[in-house]
Design a protein around this ligand. Structure first.
Ligand SMILES: Cc1cc2nc3c(=O)[nH]c(=O)nc-3n(C[C@H](O)[C@H](O)[C@H](O)COP(=O)(O)OP(=O)(O)OC[C@H]3O[C@@H](n4cnc5c(N)ncnc54)[C@H](O)[C@@H]3O)c2cc1C
Ligand SMILES: *[C@@H]1O[C@H](CO)[C@@H](O)[C@H](O)[C@H]1NC(C)=O
Ligand SMILES: *[C@@H]1O[C@H](CO)[C@@H](O)[C@H](O)[C@H]1NC(C)=O
Ligand SMILES: *[C@@H]1O[C@H](CO)[C@@H](O)[C@H](O)[C@H]1NC(C)=O
Ligand SMILES: *[C@@H]1O[C@H](CO)[C@@H](O)[C@H](O)[C@H]1NC(C)=O
Ligand SMILES: *[C@@H]1O[C@H](CO)[C@@H](O)[C@H](O)[C@H]1NC(C)=O
Ligand SMILES: *[C@@H]1O[C@H](CO)[C@@H](O)[C@H](O)[C@H]1NC(C)=O
Length: 544
């Protein structure tokens, strides 16, 4: 029966409106499940694949928190997804894209959940939103004969290392140092680690991929074309599609590698030694990677700065000592400081596991590092003078538990052209700095820590890269700017875009405009398409 509008009593209308908003989320879920079932050619076990606050709050919360690294992004005040979908099959991911698009629901994709600003599981710019969490898609097929592996993007980098090491003692892969990073977000942003000076980044060693595009199609390198294949290797996650698989090239590693950690406090001459490190580190033998972890230690009047030289050498201890003697004798390295191990042993060592930890720990896929934190990054092109370092010490000593990690460049990193892939921080970079403010308790004043790190970042201005002041996209920093819905978002994005990608930003925008002109894959710092109006459509078309 259809009633004329005027005859509906006001109270009834109010009740109706109320129930509409009350059931809004229920209907998104129903519409989504129905659409996904219709669009998947492999049936979806929804009881194990769909987590909503209404069905089971504790299961929903536990899945949401499972891989989230930054506790700051889990605070009650931070927006939560309508639901979390965990596909069991590639075609479920296709269906999720098709259905989110059809239903107009904003979608975020999560692999390992290590995003520094939580962009894989929160949206500050759009509600409602949903999460597609790839946690169940973690196959790894290593082919030693072919020197390659197909890896599914729900896997962690630690699992990739483990699977390679189970097949060979002389093969490895050059990517991140922290085993719980997800390869979906990691390789899309570059992926540096302890073999970068010899072999470049993870993204430099990708040879093929499978991706779900904004139309829900699965494409490989050949069908996506070289422009899109270029963009996904370093242009940042969440902009171009959902990567389902990477095909990576394995690299040779010696059966015996050597690791060491040499600590130096201020009293032991840390300032002079670190200044020396900034002069030589990019020129060292490319088999040698020495990073420095810097943080305050001790209490009260004993509080000092500790600098810890944490290294991997792709060779035995005897040759390492010769290399150090010839190029960085100031370190004072002795045979006793060093430990020979296998490549997979070095992975565990650098990740901080105690000696003797079985490599199976890498299969847990569990975050080893959960904190409230805010981080920033810099690239350095000139050695930092001792006075500059002293100003850093002063600031680090003012903060409760800060950490700064300095990562050496040079070697292979300098030999790869800036435009080879979107990651542009190459020749001329001596090292990268990461700054972190960390805290353990939600009751602490986050604003105070964030203010501290911003001031440290300001202090560093004269010592770091300029025009642009470069930043690493995988150390996502929303202080650099965020997209907004105004028509000038493209202009706004160039602020952070040039810092993350330098001149490659323009090509990323062209690729985005071609493959996702409606901006389906978007977040606070996704690559924006050039707004397409009918008359400008031709002009912005990318040729080839
Ligand atoms: C403790 C810790 C240690 C780290 N160590 C290193 C290191 O040694 N070297 C290094 O280079 N970086 C390091 N990082 C940074 C890390 O590379 C980035 O945070 C990276 O983005 C994490 O990937 P993820 O899949 O875990 O993150 P997520 O939070 O899942 O994703 C990050 C971004 O990528 C998108 N994304 C995720 N999966 C996909 C996919 N399949 N397809 C398309 N987009 C996707 C997300 O939507 C999001 O925008 C570290 C981070 C942490 C927290
Ligand atoms: C599922 O469908 C997609 C296209 O819709 C197709 O590419 C894929 O091969 C199908 N998978 C299976 C297992 O049938
Ligand atoms: C909710 O999920 C938890 C797992 O997190 C499970 O133990 C519990 O049985 C579920 N409760 C209901 C009512 O299904
Ligand atoms: C400083 O270190 C010394 C020697 O380790 C110790 O005796 C002293 O108690 C420490 N002082 C403070 C304030 O912790
Ligand atoms: C190295 O360690 C051994 C055993 O711990 C010790 O006997 C030796 O004196 C150390 N050598 C040096 C140079 O420190
Ligand atoms: C790197 O830059 C230096 C100094 O500008 C230059 O001399 C060198 O040729 C460059 N190396 C490569 C591989 O481009
Ligand atoms: C959106 O971006 C424009 C251009 O940079 C800026 O002027 C405006 O303040 C931004 N709006 C919001 C809400 O951030």
């Amino acid at each position: 029966m259809v009633l004329p509008k005027s005859s509906i009593p006001l109270l009834f209308l109010l009740l109706l409106l109320q129930s509409v908003s009350w059931s809004a989320s229920a209907s998104i879920i129903d519409d989504f499940t129905q659409c996904v079932s219709q669009n998947s050619n492999v049936s979806v076990p929804f009881s194990k694949a769909l987590f909503t606050p209404n069905n089971n709050m504790s299961a929903f919360t536990s899945v949401l928190q499972s891989s989230a690294q930054n506790l700051r992004c889990l605070e009650p005040s931070v927006p939560k997804p309508e639901f979390i979908f965990t596909p069991f099959h590639d075609s479920h991911v296709q269906a999720a894209v098709i259905c989110s698009k059809k239903l107009g629901t904003h979608l975020r994709v999560r692999s390992g959940g290590h995003d520094y600003e939580g962009l894989s599981y929160i949206s500050e710019i759009e509600t409602p939103f949903i999460i597609v969490d790839l946690v169940k898609l973690r196959s790894i097929n290593v082919d030693i004969e072919a020197n390659s592996a197909w890896i599914q993007t729900g896997a962690t980098i630690g699992e990739v290392y483990y699977r390679i090491s189970q097949k060979s003692r002389v093969h490895g892969f050059p990517a991140g140092l922290c085993n719980s990073i997800g390869i979906g977000g990691h390789i899309t942003g570059g992926a540096y680690g302890s073999m970068m000076r010899k072999y470049g980044l993870g993204a430099d060693n990708v040879v093929d991929a499978r991706i779900v595009n904004a139309n829900g199609e699965i494409l490989d390198r050949e069908s996506m074309g070289e422009d899109l294949f270029w963009a996904i290797r370093g242009g940042g996650g969440g902009s171009f599609g959902v990567i389902l698989w990477w095909k990576i090239k394995l690299v040779p590693v010696p059966e015996t590698v050597t690791v060491f950690t040499v600590p130096k406090t201020l009293e032991q001459g840390a300032t002079k030694l670190l200044n020396r490190w900034t002069q030589v580190v990019d020129k060292l033998d490319e088999d040698l990677f020495i990073r420095v972890l810097i943080q305050p230690e001790g209490k009260g009047s004993n509080r000092t700065i500790s600098t810890s030289y944490n290294a991997l050498f792709l060779g035995d201890a005897e040759r390492l000592l010769k290399v150090i003697q010839a190029s960085f004798p100031e370190l004072g390295l002795t045979r006793n400081d060093t430990m020979e191990t296998s490549w997979i042993g070095s992975v565990l060592y650098i990740a901080g596991y105690p000696s003797g930890t079985p490599p199976e720990v890498l299969l847990q896929g569990k975050p080893t590092f959960k904190n409230f934190f805010k981080a920033k990054s810099d690239f350095v092109r000139e050695p930092i003078p001792e006075t500059g370092l002293e100003g850093i010490w002063k600031r680090l000593l003012e903060e409760e538990s800060p950490l700064s990690i300095w990562t050496p460049y040079g070697g292979k990193m300098s030999n790869i052209p800036e435009s080879e892939i979107p990651f542009p921080h190459r020749n001329g970079t001596i090292f990268m700095i990461q700054y972190l403010a960390l805290w353990q308790n939600e009751k602490e004043d986050a604003a105070k820590h964030i203010d501290w790190i911003r001031k440290l970042y300001n202090y560093m201005t004269p010592y770091v890269s300029k025009f642009p002041r470069e930043s690493y996209v995988n150390y996502r920093d929303l202080d650099l700017g965020i997209n907004n819905k105004s028509s000038t978002s493209f202009v706004a994005a160039s602020a952070w875009g040039n810092r993350y990608f330098k001149d490659n930003f323009n090509r990323l925008v062209r690729v985005k405009t071609k493959v996702d002109p409606d901006n389906f894959f978007r977040h606070e710092q996704s690559i924006p398409p050039v707004p397409v109006t009918p008359s400008s459509r031709k002009r912005h078309d990318v040729k080839g």
